[in-house]
Design a protein around this ligand. Structure first.
Ligand SMILES: Nc1ncnc2c1ncn2[C@@H]1O[C@H](COP(=O)(O)OP(=O)(O)OP(=O)(O)O)[C@@H](O)[C@H]1O
Ligand SMILES: [Mg+2]
Length: 380
């Protein structure tokens, strides 16, 4: 049972179907991408314990596989106690649902280097902690994803605006925000980390990415960071994922500065920037997730050469989505696309992704971005 049925879920279901699994796709709206390829689907509020109980009792899944953060994770603990395997573990989904718990685990308990940070639950506290951390800093709601409610604060005069923006962008009624030192990184990376039930933790080649408005715009592999920094990131990723336990793929995010590898956050599931692996590896992140979950062997992860992904975004609101430019985008050698089949669009909603492979990363990024820019949404 997949909780969350977006584009990452869709590719995961395809991988699962290829090995003959029966998949129940769940989300809060009908005809979500993963539902289109699953055996059956359910539309519920995943923040409702009662709704979760209803679908789990009905289908009796062997595995519950969260695809998003916004799930009533306390209920997952209960399912786990009843003998259903929650991926990677119910505790891990609970740790990573909010920014503060995973940060405390990484920094306080495991001593991992993170950006300097502090918390605030009202404006006065935010003013005080901002002074302590200094400017610029980054203010984020403790409960949010995709950059919602997040802003870079340049000086004291902007603190109040950041507070209001964070509270407005917070999921649920949480009033807690995290303030982080602004890291002037050279590159940010996702280290896809595969934790297995009965085999060692393994890694994909680091993925570089570029973010705008809190969402990734392009990603590429290899990231081009040094072997030393790669090992350091691997060591940190292993430490944190070992503490979380279970099995499955994790997207571990790092900021890489000239001298440092700084842990940022992690997803206990495939990562959006990891969509580049749909073209860049012998086994993509969804296939790796599936094999890890089912305890199937992963003999070798082969990086197939310089590759990139670039997102295809909507520019307008529509309930009847169609695309033009697809043939043009696909006319290039070593370019591929995915269109997610989302039933409606709004500005900046991710509707698809372009993938490219080339002789070097620069060329691959250029090809993916060009292909993505050729595809436009129109009223269907
Ligand atoms: N302390 C920081 N210093 C510099 N840049 C930052 C910092 N924190 C966040 N960012 C930038 O904002 C992006 C989004 O931040 P973060 O990953 O913490 O939030 P998110 O909402 O969980 O995003 P997503 O769900 O897309 O991963 C980062 O990838 C990075 O580009
Ligand atoms: Mg992130």
């Amino acid at each position: 049972m997949l909780l969350g049925s977006g584009e990452l879920g869709k590719e995961f279901v395809i991988a699962a179907q290829r090995l003959g699994n029966f998949v129940i796709a769940v989300d809060r709206y009908a005809n979500a991408p993963a539902m289109q390829v699953a055996d059956c689907s359910e539309v519920i509020s995943m923040l409702s314990a009662d709704d979760l109980e209803t679908v789990v009792s009905k289908h009796q899944p062997d595995f519950i596989i969260p695809e998003i953060e916004a799930i009533r994770t306390e209920k997952l603990l209960e399912f786990e106690q009843r003998g259903i395997t929650v991926i990677p573990t119910a505790a891990a989904t609970n740790y990573t649902m909010n920014r503060d718990r995973i940060r405390e685990l990484a920094h306080q308990e495991l001593g991992v280097r993170t950006a300097k940070y502090g918390y605030a639950t009202n404006l006065e506290e935010l003013v005080a902690i901002s002074d302590e951390i200094g400017f610029p800093n980054v203010v984020k709601p403790v409960m949010s994803s995709s950059g919602k409610g997040q802003s870079v604060v340049k000086d004291k005069s902007e603190v109040e605006t950041a507070w209001k923006y964070a509270i407005a962008g917070s999921r649920g009624d949480s009033q807690k925000v995290i303030v982080e030192e602004y890291i002037n990184f050279e590159i940010e990376i996702t280290l896809l980390t595969i934790k297995q039930w009965n085999a060692p933790t393994i890694f994909c080649s680091p993925i570089g990415h570029r973010q705008e408005r809190g969402d990734y715009q392009e990603s590429w592999q290899p990231a081009g960071i040094s072997p030393e920094k790669t090992s350091e990131a691997q060591e940190i990723a292993k430490k944190v994922t070992d503490a979380l336990g279970g099995a499955g793929i994790f997207g571990v995010e790092f900021f890489i500065t000239k001298d440092e590898v700084i842990f940022s956050e992690l997803s206990p599931r495939p990562h959006d920037t990891g969509m580049v692996t749909l073209i860049s590896q012998n086994l993509n992140e969804f296939e790796l997730h599936l094999r890890a979950i089912l305890g199937l062997p992963i003999p070798y992860i082969e990086q197939l050469g310089a590759s990139a992904s670039a997102v295809i975004l909507a520019s307008e609101k529509s309930d009847s989505v169609a695309f033009v430019g697809v043939a043009d985008a696909l006319s290039e050698k070593n370019v591929d696309i995915r269109l997610f089949g989302k039933p409606n669009s709004h500005p900046y909603r991710r509707m698809g992704v372009a993938l490219a492979k080339a002789n070097n990363v620069e060329e691959a990024r250029d090809m993916a971005t060009t292909a993505a820019s050729k595809i436009k949404l129109v009223e269907g």
